[in-house]
Design a binder for this molecule. Structure first.
Ligand SMILES: [Zn+2]
Length: 298
């Protein structure tokens, strides 16, 4: 009896440290996935399967939700790998882009061989605070438009004046007190610095157009891809929308020469998300596979 108890104690001692080492999903991410599944259900969408994704996470939103991303295809650090960064849920009141990113993720998961040579970084919800509230908003929890808070060189001089004059201090477009003041912006800037994407796709709604910011030299592959994407969506409207102090297009496309495509879906109606994915599937596929590396000037 005594031996039995001792043996049990020994077995227990042996197992405990092992048990403790079993990797479990970060509690914060698990809680987030549960919340997301509820939200998807409420919007009439199929399951996100958020809890089955290998998420990466470092920082949190203003209200403390995890800012998550995941990768597909080639390993990080593969020499000369073509990296595509895909951002969704930048403006919380634009609902359809969030499902759009989860559809992209499912597509990447289902076709591993096709994308094996590419590295794809997907951020499905850049701005969770404004997506999860009852009445989703464009701005983040501190009232900042995170597409006006990037550290562009014209920010200090122009961001606030432009907002006051051009937008008559519209609260939906407030750029913040200073550039990079918002965690959701620091998050995106860090991802750009870490993964050095060759192109960025950022998904919004409802302007029904694709806007391009980036190199514009003749025979430029960035613009070539823009035309190709439009053609794959039956001639979807292409428009050169002006860029703003603190916008991603200005920061990544204009100042850092990374071809940046803003895809504006036709609406934020959650019931239309499946339709939009069907419309864009081929365009997204070709955008990821399209090698955009600029050949050096002769
Ligand atoms: Zn938007």
């Amino acid at each position: 009896m005594k031996f039995y108890s001792l043996a049990l104690l020994f077995v227990h001692f042996l197992l405990s440290p092992i048990e403790a080492q079993v990797p479990s999903p970060k509690p914060l991410v698990k809680k987030f996935c549960d919340k997301l599944e509820e939200k998807f259900k409420g919007l009439g969408w199929s399951k996100s399967n958020c809890d089955q994704v290998a998420w990466e996470q470092v920082r949190t939103s203003v209200k403390g939700d995890p800012l998550i991303w995941t990768t597909y295809g080639a390993k990080e650090g593969t020499p000369d790998v073509d990296v595509t960064l895909i951002l969704c849920g930048v403006h919380g009141d634009e609902i359809t882009p969030v499902k759009f990113c989860f559809d992209i993720m499912e597509h990447l998961k289902q076709n591993p061989t096709e994308f094996a040579q590419k590295l794809i970084v997907v951020v499905p919800i850049v701005n969770p605070d404004s997506f999860f509230i009852k009445r989703p908003t464009r701005v983040n929890a501190r009232g900042v438009d995170i597409n006006r808070n990037f550290p562009t060189s014209d920010w200090n001089k122009n961001a606030l004046t432009f907002w006051k004059n051009r937008y008559k201090s519209d609260k939906r477009r407030y750029p913040g007190k200073k550039a990079m003041s918002e965690p959701e912006v620091v998050f995106q800037v860090n991802l750009i610095k870490r993964y050095k994407p060759k192109k960025i796709l950022t998904v919004h709604a409802p302007l029904t157009l694709i806007d391009y910011d980036g190199p514009t030299s003749t025979g430029n592959k960035g613009q070539e891809l823009l035309i190709q994407m439009s053609q794959k969506v039956k001639g979807y409207k292409v428009q050169s929308y002006p860029f703003f102090p603190g916008s991603l297009g200005n920061y990544a496309g204009n100042e850092n020469n990374i071809p940046t495509y803003t895809i504006e879906l036709p609406s934020s109606d959650p019931a239309k998300s499946g339709e939009y994915w069907d419309m864009f599937k081929e365009a997204i596929n070709s955008a990821i596979l399209h090698d955009i590396t600029q050949s050096p000037e002769p």
